[in-house]
Design a protein around this ligand. Sequence first.
Ligand code: PLP
Length: 218
Amino acid sequence: MRLDYIENYKSIIEIINEHKKVNNRDIRLIVVSKTQDYKKIVELEKLGQRDFGENYLDEAREKIIQINNPNIVWHYIGSIQSNKIKKISENFSWIHTVSSGKHAHKINDVCSKLDKVMNICIQINIDNEETKGGVDIKEYNNLSLIVRNMKNIRLRGIMAIPKVSQPSVESFAKMKDLYDRHQYLDTLSMGMSKDYMSAIEYNANMLRIGQQIFGKRT
Ligand SMILES: *Cc1c(COP(=O)(O)O)cnc(C)c1O
C-alpha cells in the first residue's frame, strides 16, 4: 500500500511536469488527504509535496498539530460553518470554499486579530446544484467586490466541483471563461481524481486530487 500511493503520486507529478514543459505554465497540485493517515502526508512531504487539502476541521487539526511542519501549506476545501471560521483561519493558509459575504467578513475579522492574510477562492456552484455550496456564477462580481476590499483576505481565485453525472468539460469551460475575464486572479482551482486531465485542458492551475493517489475512500 505504501508503494502504491507513492507511485500514484509520482505519476501525477509526471503528467503535471509534462504539461508545464509543453505549455510553459505552472500547475499546483493539492494532495487531498482527508481520511488518510498523517504518516502518508509526512512521506509525501519528504518527496517535495507542499500543498495538502483537508475537509474536516477536527481531523485536520489533529494532523496539523501532529505533523507540525511549517513547510506544509494547508488548504481548507470543506464547507464552511460560521462557528468554525475561527479555527479554520487559525489552522489553514487557504480557504477554497468562500461563498458568502457573511463568511468573508468573519474570516477577515478573525484574520485581522491573528495578523494574517488568508488566501481565498470563491466557490462557484457551476452546475446550479442544490446540494452543493458556492455562489451562482452571476453573483461572482458582487461577492468579489466585497472580498477585494478586505484587508486580511487576498482573493486568489475561483473554485468549482462540477456535477458528477455529466462530463465536466462544459463546466470547466465556463470556469475558464470567468477566470480569463478577471486578470487579478491567479488561481483556477478545479480538477479532481476523475477529471483532472480535462481540467488541465481548460487551464486549471490548481488541482485537488485524493483518490487517484490514495485509492478509493470508503
Ligand atoms: C474530496 C475532495 C476532493 C478530492 O476528490 P478525489 O475524488 O479524492 O480526488 C477535491 N475537492 C474537494 C472540494 C473535495 O471535497
